[in-house]
Design a protein around this ligand. Structure first.
Ligand code: ADP
Ligand code: MG
Length: 265
C-alpha cells in the first residue's frame, strides 16, 4: 500500500485538487483501490467529492483520537473504488486533545497500520496548508510526497520549507518520506512563471513532473460543483493534465525512491 501525501506548507497550491483527481483517475481508469484521507479542517477533499462534511461524525478526528475505528470513519464516494475518510472543523481540536500523548505525532501512522491489509493499493493524504501537529502526523505516516508548487513568486519558498521539514524529520527520526513528484501548478504563460519553472527544474531535477498543470477554470468549477474533473469536464485540458499526472505518479516506482531521494538536496 503506497502512502502518498499531497503537501506544501502554502495554501492554494492545488494539493486538494491533485489529491482528489489523482485518486479518482487511479480508481476509475486504472482500477486501483484508493483511499483518500482528508487532514485539513476545511474538509475540501470531501467537498470536492460532493460530500457534505459539515456536522459529519465520526470523521478523521475521532479516528486520530482513537474514539472510532477505521470501519466507522471510512465511506464510499461517487467514484467506484475511491473511499474517503472525511475531515471537518472538528479536526482543529486535535492538537489540544492529543497534547498529553508523547506519541501524538505518530497517531496517523499508527491508525494506517490498522487499515485492513490488502484493502487499498494507495492511500492519499490531503495535508493542511500550515505547519502543525497534523502536518507532523502526515510526514510520519507518508512514504512519499507529492509537492504541488503554484508558479507564483513565493512558490519556491514553500518547496524549500518542505525540504527543511524533511531534513529535520530525518535528523529526529532517522527516516523521512521521499519526494516522489514536484508538480508545477497553476501555470500561465508569463516570463515570471517560466523563470520559476526553470528554477524548480534546477532545484528538483529528478522530481519535477513531466506534465505541468495549467490554470483552468474548469478545474475550479468542478471543485465548486463537488465533482471530479473527469465527471465535470472529461475532455478538457485540465482533465488530460490531471490524468497524466496520476499516471506519472503510478509509474514512479517507490522502491527506487528508497533513502529519501533528493529530499535532502
Ligand atoms: N489548475 C487550476 N486552475 C484553476 N484553478 C485551480 C486549479 N487547481 C486548483 N484550482 C482552484 O484553486 C483553489 C485552491 O486549490 P486547492 O486544490 O483547494 O488548493 P490547496 O488544497 O493547496 O489549498 C480551488 O478553488 C481550486 O478549485
Ligand atoms: Mg486543500
Amino acid at each position: 500500500m503506497r502512502r502518498v501525501a499531497f503537501i506544501n506548507e502554502k495554501g492554494g497550491t492545488c494539493k486538494t485538487t491533485l489529491c482528489v483527481n489523482v485518486g479518482a483517475w487511479l480508481a476509475q481508469a486504472r482500477r486501483r483501490r484508493v483511499l483518500i484521507c482528508d487532514l485539513d479542517t476545511q474538509g475540501h477533499a470531501g467537498k470536492s467529492l460532493g460530500v457534505d462534511v459539515r456536522g459529519l461524525s465520526p470523521t478523521v478526528r475521532e479516528w486520530l483520537d482513537g474514539a472510532a475505528p477505521f470501519a466507522a470513519v471510512v465511506r464510499p464516494t461517487a467514484v467506484p473504488g475511491l473511499d474517503l475518510v472525511p475531515a471537518n472543523k472538528e479536526l482543529a481540536g486535535f492538537p489540544v486533545a492529543a497534547a498529553g500523548d508523547p506519541a501524538r505525532a505518530g497517531r496517523l501512522a499508527a491508525r494506517l497500520r490498522e487499515v485492513p491489509a490488502g484493502a487499498y493499493d494507495l492511500v492519499l493524504l490531503d495535508a493542511p496548508p500550515s505547519l502543525s501537529l497534523v502536518t507532523e502526523n502526515v510526514l510520519r505516516a507518508a512514504g512519499e510526497l507529492v509537492v504541488p508548487v503554484a508558479l507564483t513568486y513565493l512558490a519556491l519558498d514553500g518547496a524549500a520549507e518542505i525540504v527543511a521539514s524533511l531534513a529535520r524529520l530525518r535528523e529526529e527520526e532517522g527516516e523521512a518520506p521521499a519526494i516522489a513528484m514536484v508538480v508545477p501548478a497553476l501555470y500561465r504563460k508569463t516570463q515570471l512563471a517560466d523563470e520559476i519553472l526553470a528554477k524548480l527544474r534546477e532545484r528538483f531535477p529528478g522530481e519535477v513532473a513531466g506534465t505541468v498543470l495549467g490554470w483552468s477554470v474548469k478545474i475550479d468549477e468542478a471543485q465548486s460543483h463537488g465533482r471530479t474533473i473527469f465527471e465535470y469536464a472529461p475532455g478538457s485540458p485540465g482533465a488530460r493534465a490531471l490524468a497524466a499526472l496520476a499516471d506519472e505518479l503510478l509509474s514512479r516506482d517507490p522502491t527506487r525512491l528508497a533513502g529519501g531521494g533528493a529530499a535532502g538536496a
